[in-house]
Design a protein around this ligand. Sequence first.
Ligand SMILES: Cc1ncc(C[n+]2csc(CCOP(=O)(O)OP(=O)(O)O)c2C)c(N)n1
Length: 191
Amino acid sequence: VTHMSRFEATKSLLAQLGDEPVVSSLGRTTFDLYAAEDRAANYYLCGAMGMASSVALGLALARPDTKVFALEGDGALLMNLGSLVTIASAAPPNLVLIVWDNGEYESTGGQATATAAGLSLLSLVRAAGIQHAVEVDSLPAFETAVEGARAGFGTHVVIAKVRGSRAHTGLPRTPAYFTERFIQALSSTSR
Ligand SMILES: Cc1ncc(C[n+]2csc(CCOP(=O)(O)OP(=O)(O)O)c2C)c(N)n1
């Protein structure tokens, strides 16, 4: 059983980043990102389950000058598994996908996901053809994995075994504002 908290891991991720964009999935993944730090380079998906990896893929292809980070829950990744093979084929050198694997659909009441029954997301990711993939279950290991992914070339996937965080803040229902702010943040960092 992992003791790594998703919220603590999210905070440590942001502490390592500069102004790189972070696209986050829905639910608790996004609530934790917002609570960790509401930065202009965060893009919160509200309800688009599993689409963070796809949105981040498009962004990574459009913006080869920056690393792009995507945060998905395990349930969200499983809902849009096709994204893995598309990412593997496109093989952007600047995409980092982090999957918070808590074995449950925590946001909707804790129903078990397939990983709770033994599915290895790491094996799935490797089978899709993504070579730079690791699974971690402690904060120090997570930090090392992020450091490697941030510095390295190629698409990287980090499967982070986490426990959820029951306390969270929610998110203001202002998607148009967040979208406009994200676009502006990215325009100002174009090189
Ligand atoms: C297509 C679709 N189906 C169902 C939902 C409802 N829903 C919102 S969050 C969520 C659970 C997400 O689970 P996971 O990605 O594992 O993240 P966690 O909640 O565990 O942080 C579900 C089923 C949705 N938003 N979209």
